[in-house]
Design a protein around this ligand. Structure first.
Ligand SMILES: Cc1cc2nc3c(=O)[nH]c(=O)nc-3n(C[C@H](O)[C@H](O)[C@H](O)COP(=O)(O)OP(=O)(O)OC[C@H]3O[C@@H](n4cnc5c(N)ncnc54)[C@H](O)[C@@H]3O)c2cc1C
Length: 491
């Protein structure tokens, strides 16, 4: 399936043979979404599919999230809800009990590298048992996908190419954009790190000096843990507009959403629903966490029911609060962060950056305080950008995404949260038509689904897409069936 300058006749003959019997699918990206989609395709397609995953770096199923070696980087979802397969919910828990720690419970928050090992195991066992060597892994970067009438040509950065009947994009989250800060430009910001996950983000940092993290979400929490694990003893300052740190998980009495199934059509109505439920849950000895968790199964449906203007309103006013309460950290991590704050080793600054000034000895960063609008200057040795991933594909510096947009194969959704996609994940082309061969799974579907970054959502998308692409028209799960019917009513 790989194209090289030699052996073309043999290859063409082989390709003709394959296309008669076997569907060739290329999956771009080998993180969680790529691997679980491939595995579900093998499970459902068996001998009728031949799959190639192309991953530019990293190990199968790892990506940014599970590729970390740091023991303090814990999963933010309990083990009992981290199975790669929605049709086998105990899969990860049982694997962890067998391969990691027999005492693992469904409520345990395991190190993320354990999950990375699990996903590698899932990939390896599938590859070894798949019929006719149906699953392949290629270390390369996809830079273009040409749509010829018969097949697609998937171009790789190494100069070779693959042919495919269908392509599934599992690109994950993309890098954050640098917040526009007056006074900062590439020529005067050697102490500014754009990408928190880069190898060099905390290298060569004097262990006794000071660091400022921009953004107070999960990336900043990870960086705090990484800095301390590396021996960094200095002060860590975290600056964000609202100063909202991710909340902590806590074992609470489960809550079943109690409502009359009328979907809220406005952001205030949605907030009312949540507040009413929190009140009811509190009265019954539960708390807001259980309500937020109970929304998981209907969040996509609610999102689809909101008109675009209301989704925009949600993003403007509610998003930071939603993210801090929805994407929580393990209690162990929350305790570490609380201790850092109480010992004044971690300081939270709330406001908006107004100026960046770098000299030979450090950076002076001015910000406007949120509560009193006065100016404050922070002096640090390094600034690390920990803001959320960029989702506005119009301006992203990504070769493949640029190519897809230039050739009309894909474009941003109306809220610039990801690709404009149909409900089954097919990319909508520049003529407004859903593709019959180009699909996406994972965070790239945020515009249409909102909740689509974590394992429980992605594994469901993978299963449904696998069923669809292997043309086994089995019934989708109840949740998905409801989303589809709602969306049809909306359109
Ligand atoms: C730090 C962190 C912690 C998280 N913790 C949890 C958790 O505990 N529980 C949970 O459910 N979710 C968690 N998440 C959410 C996480 O995003 C998902 O669980 C999952 O990893 C997403 O998988 P993905 O495959 O979509 O993205 P990724 O894992 O990011 O994989 C995408 C892959 O695509 C590759 N790629 C992109 N473009 C190309 C190209 N053109 N050619 C070749 N390869 C390409 C990238 O190199 C990357 O490896 C976490 C996320 C982060 C960032």
């Amino acid at each position: 399936m790989t194209g090289t300058p030699f052996g073309r006749a043999t290859r063409n003959a082989a390709r003709r043979r394959w296309t008669l019997r076997v569907q060739e699918i290329v999956i771009v990206g080998g993180g969680f979404a790529g691997v679980v989609t491939a595995v579900q395709l093998i499970r459902h397609g068996s001998s009728s599919v031949r799959l190639t995953i192309v991953e530019r770096h990293g190990r199968p199923g790892n990506g940014v999230a599970y590729g970390t070696e740091n023991h303090t980087h814990l999963l933010n979802v309990p083990a009992g809800n981290m199975s790669a397969f929605c049709d086998d919910p105990q899969h990860f828990l049982q694997w962890a009990q067998e391969h990691h720690d027999a005492k693992t419970e469904s409520t345990s928050f395991l190190p993320r590298h354990v999950y990375g090992k699990y996903m590698e195991w899932v990939f390896q066992t599938t590859a070894e048992s798949s019929p006719k060597a149906a699953l392949h892994w290629i270390r390369d970067e996809v830079i273009a996908i040409e749509d010829s009438s018969a097949q697609r040509i998937v171009r790789l950065a190494s100069g070779t190419y693959l042919t495919a009947d269908r392509v599934v994009l599992c690109l994950g989250n993309l890098r954050p954009t640098d917040t526009a800060v007056p006074g900062r430009n590439p020529s005067n910001s050697s102490r500014y790190v754009s990408y928190a996950w880069s190898e060099s983000a905390i290298n060569d940092l004097d262990h006794a000096k000071s660091v400022l993290l921009l953004g107070s979400g999960l990336t900043s929490i990870d960086l705090v843990l990484k800095l301390r694990a590396s021996g960094f003893r200095g002060i860590i300052q975290v600056l964000s507009r609202r100063g909202l740190l991710p909340q902590s998980h806590k074992t609470v009495r489960p809550w079943t959403l109690f409502w009359n199934e009328t979907l809220p059509r406005t952001t205030p109505a949605l907030l009312r629903l949540v507040r009413d439920q929190v009140k009811l849950a509190g009265n019954k000895g539960s708390d807001w966490r259980a309500v937020i968790d109970s929304l998981r199964g209907v969040t996509q449906r609610i999102w689809l029911s909101l008109p675009v203007a209301e989704r925009r309103r949600f993003l403007r006013h509610v998003r930071p609060y939603w993210e801090a309460h929805r994407h929580r950290v393990a209690p162990e991590i929350a305790a570490i962060i609380a201790e850092e704050i109480s010992n004044d080793r971690l300081r939270l600054c709330v406001g908006r950056v107004t100026n960046y000034c770098e000299d030979d000895n450090g950076v002076s960063l001015t910000y406007k305080k949120r509560e009193c609008a006065s100016m404050e200057v922070i002096r640090v040795d390094r600034v690390i950008n920990c803001t959320r991933p960029d989702t506005d594909y119009r301006y992203l510096d990504d070769t493949l995404i640029r190519y897809l947009q230039m050739h009309g194969l894909g474009h941003s959704d109306p809220l610039f949260l990801g690709f404009d996609v149909a409900l089954d994940g097919a990319l909508i082309n520049s003529r407004g038509q859903p593709s019959t061969w180009l699909y996406t799974v994972g965070p790239t579907r945020k515009g249409s689904l909102w909740e689509t970054t974590a394992v429980p959502e992605i594994r469901e998308q993978a299963l449904i897409l696998a069923r669809q692409l292997t043309k086994k028209h089995e019934q989708p799960s109840c949740q998905v069936r409801r989303i589809f019917s709602t969306a049809i009513l909306e359109r």
